[in-house]
Design a protein around this ligand. Structure first.
Ligand code: GDP
Length: 295
């Protein structure tokens, strides 16, 4: 994760620190390299432009230029701004609501929605919730079987959806059942398509209207880079998502989606998927990730 970005930034910092005192020219040159490093990491160009502008403004401030350790000051500024780019304060699930907490997973097919639904159920079980898994992708019967299998592996209940049911009805009935059986968390695994499709989006809007989920998590494959960001923006415009789950992070050497998605959608990354196993889910901590990048 972020390997080449990390390497590039550290080499810029080494140069900056080597100068002793810094002047405007050193800083401008350093910022040009930071800009290139971010663009190579596939970060959205507008995000890069704003980022380098902010860092430059702060780095050219008097406290840096007058400092005895200006290189270190610049590194500190970059770290703080990088943390902001990744989302600032860590934001977990909104679990304040009276149970059942309703979580709706949305995203394109293959992004890792069903797997992430299972991972999240396990995470919630760890927080003493009793999750109810709800397969609401009736267009791909294998998706229903996949979630039932995951539920079996997790020893958790799943709603008995069939491919002839209507997805909105499934979610409403499952929610009713969850209330009756006192399940404390409900996770809807909604349908995805290979591309954004208006009928599907309307179906998601209907599920949102009828079931008022507390969380709408957009699941995206980190390896698709800026495409993930563009799709996130569309889902957010329509559904006002509450957060992002970035999957397949362990295979994403560049990190462009992780570094752009918060700035573009203004919604936090709440979790990252780091493998195919159900335990491969991590709460996303912007500060820790920023430290790792600048390691
Ligand atoms: P869906 O179509 O969005 O429901 O996607 P799935 O949950 O079926 O996932 C598609 C593929 O991605 C499956 O082979 C999953 O095992 C795999 N997958 C999901 N999340 C991750 C992850 O974080 N890392 C890796 N390596 N694979 C993942």
């Amino acid at each position: 994760m972020f390997d080449s970005l990390s390497e590039r930034l550290n080499s810029v910092f080494k140069k900056l620190k080597g100068h002793g005192r810094l002047d405007e020219q050193n800083i401008q040159a350093g910022m040009r390299e930071v800009r290139l490093a971010l663009l190579e990491a596939d970060v959205n160009y507008k995000v890069v432009k704003d980022f380098t502008q902010r860092v430059k403004e702060r780095a050219l401030g008097q406290e840096v230029l007058k400092s005895l350790t200006p290189g270190q000051q610049v590194v500190k500024i970059v770290k703080e701004e990088l943390e902001e780019l990744l989302g600032g304060e860590q934001q977990g699930l909104d679990l304040k609501a009276k149970p059942p907490v309703v979580i709706m997973m949305v995203g394109l097919q293959g992004s890792g929605k069903t797997t992430s639904a299972g991972k999240l159920a396990l995470h919630l079980k760890g927080l003493k919730y009793s999750p109810y898994l709800v397969p609401a992708d009736v267009y791909r019967p294998a998706a229903i079987d996949q979630l039932h299998k995951l539920a079996g592996d997790l020893n958790m209940p799943a709603y008995p959806s069939t491919s002839s049911d209507n997805p909105v009805d499934i979610c409403m009935r499952a929610l009713e059942e969850a209330r009756q059986k006192a399940y404390t968390a409900v996770i809807f695994d909604t349908a995805g398509r290979l591309h954004i499709d208006e009928t599907l989006m309307q179906e998601l809007v209907s599920i949102k209207e009828k079931c008022s989920p507390h969380e709408i998590l957009f699941v995206a494959d980190a390896m698709t880079g800026q495409d993930a960001v563009t799709v996130a923006q569309r889902f957010n415009d329509l559904l006002d998502i509450t957060g992002v789950v970035l999957t397949k992070m362990e295979g994403d050497a560049r990190g462009g989606a992780a570094l752009s998605i918060k700035s573009i959608t203004n919604k936090p990354i709440k979790f990252v998927g780091t493998g195919e196993k159900l335990t491969d889910l991590e709460v996303f901590h912007p500060d820790r990730v920023a430290s790792r990048i600048l390691g």
